[in-house]
Ligand binder design. Structure first.
Ligand code: NAD
Length: 250
C-alpha cells in the first residue's frame, strides 16, 4: 500500500523531464496519488502527466498569474473533489553577480519562486481549510541558507530565503486548520536547471564541498517531498529539510 493512496496532488513546474518536480510526481504516483502536473507549456505538461499514467493530468499554469492559478486549482477541485497536496516547485535561476542584477532579472527570478508560491497556495487554502486537511511543500534552496549556492545569483538567494519566510509564516497561520506547510532546501542536484551551464572546474569545486562526494539525484529530493506530503510527517509544520549531501551542516 502506497503512502499517498487516495490522495490528489498538484505539483508546479513539473514538466521538465529530469527535474525535481517530475521526479516528485513520479514517486507520488508510485505511492498511489493522482497527480496534476502544472507548467508553462500545455503540451509538455500533458506529456509529462501521460508518462505517469492515464489518470494523471497535465495543465498549463504560469504560477505568477494569480487568476490562472486560481482557475487551474478550481478546475482540479471540480474534477477530483479534493486537493490534498500542493508542491510549489516552479523556479528559475540566473548566474548573476550582485551588481549585474537588473530590474527585469529581479522580477523574473523572485516572481516565479515568491509570487508563484504565494498565489498557488492562496488558490488552495480555502479548500484545504474547509476540509481541515492539507500538506504544502515549498521548494527553497541551500542558496537561501548559505547566501548563494552553486549557481544562482543573490536575487535567487533572496527569492529562496523569501520562500522560507513564506513557508514559516503560512505554516503558523494555517496550522490550526491542520494545513501543514514545509520547505525543502536542496543542495546541488543534477537537473536541467544548471545543465550545460557549469564548467568542469566549477563542478569539481562544487563536488569538493559535498561531504557525501556526489551531486544529488532528483529522486533524493522526491523522497523528502514524499515524507513531507504524507501522513508520516503529520506533526511537522514550518520545517526546512536539507537535502544536500552534508554540504551545509548547521
Ligand atoms: P528545472 O529547470 O528542471 O524545472 C523547473 C520547471 O519550472 C521547468 O519545467 C519550468 O518550465 C517551470 N517553470 C518556470 N517558470 C514557471 C512559471 N512561471 N510557471 C510554471 N512553471 C514554471 O529545475 P529543477 O532543478 O527541477 O528545479 C525545481 C525547483 O528546485 C526550483 O524551484 C529550483 O529553484 C529548486 N532547486 C533546484 C536545485 C538544483 O540543484 N537543481 C537546487 C535547489 C533548489
Amino acid at each position: 500500500m502506497g503512502l499517498l493512496e487516495g490522495k490528489f496532488a498538484v505539483i508546479t513546474g513539473a514538466a521538465s523531464p529530469r527535474g525535481l518536480g517530475k521526479a516528485t510526481a513520479k514517486l507520488f504516483a508510485e505511492h498511489g496519488a493522482t497527480v496534476a502536473i502544472l507548467d508553462l507549456d500545455q503540451a509538455q505538461a500533458e506529456a509529462a502527466a501521460a508518462d505517469l499514467g492515464p489518470q494523471h493530468v497535465g495543465m498549463a499554469c504560469n504560477v505568477i498569474d494569480k487568476a490562472q492559478a486560481q482557475q487551474v486549482m478550481d478546475a482540479l477541485i471540480a474534477k477530483w473533489g479534493q486537493i490534498d497536496i500542493l508542491v510549489n516547485n516552479a523556479g528559475i535561476t540566473q548566474p548573476l553577480k550582485f551588481m549585474e542584477i537588473e530590474p527585469e532579472n529581479y522580477d523574473a527570478v523572485t516572481d516565479v519562486s515568491l509570487r508563484g508560491t504565494l498565489y498557488c497556495t492562496q488558490a488552495v487554502v480555502p479548500h484545504m481549510r474547509g476540509r481541515k486537511s492539507g500538506s504544502i511543500v515549498n521548494m527553497s534552496s541551500v542558496s537561501a541558507q548559505r547566501g548563494g549556492g552553486i549557481f544562482g545569483g543573490p536575487h535567487y538567494s533572496a527569492a529562496k530565503a523569501g520562500v522560507l519566510g513564506l513557508t514559516k509564516a503560512s505554516a503558523r497561520e494555517l496550522a490550526p486548520d491542520n494545513v501543514r506547510v514545509n520547505a525543502i532546501c536542496p543542495g546541488f542536484i543534477a537537473t536541467d536547471i544548471t545543465q550545460g551551464k557549469l564548467t568542469p572546474e566549477m563542478k569539481e569545486m562544487v563536488l569538493a564541498g559535498i561531504p557525501m562526494g556526489r551531486a544529488g539525484e532528483a529522486s533524493d529530493v522526491a523522497g523528502c517531498a514524499l515524507f513531507l506530503a504524507s501522513d508520516l510527517s503529520a506533526y511537522c509544520t514550518g520545517t526546512e529539510v536539507d537535502v544536500n549531501g552534508g554540504s551545509l551542516i548547521h
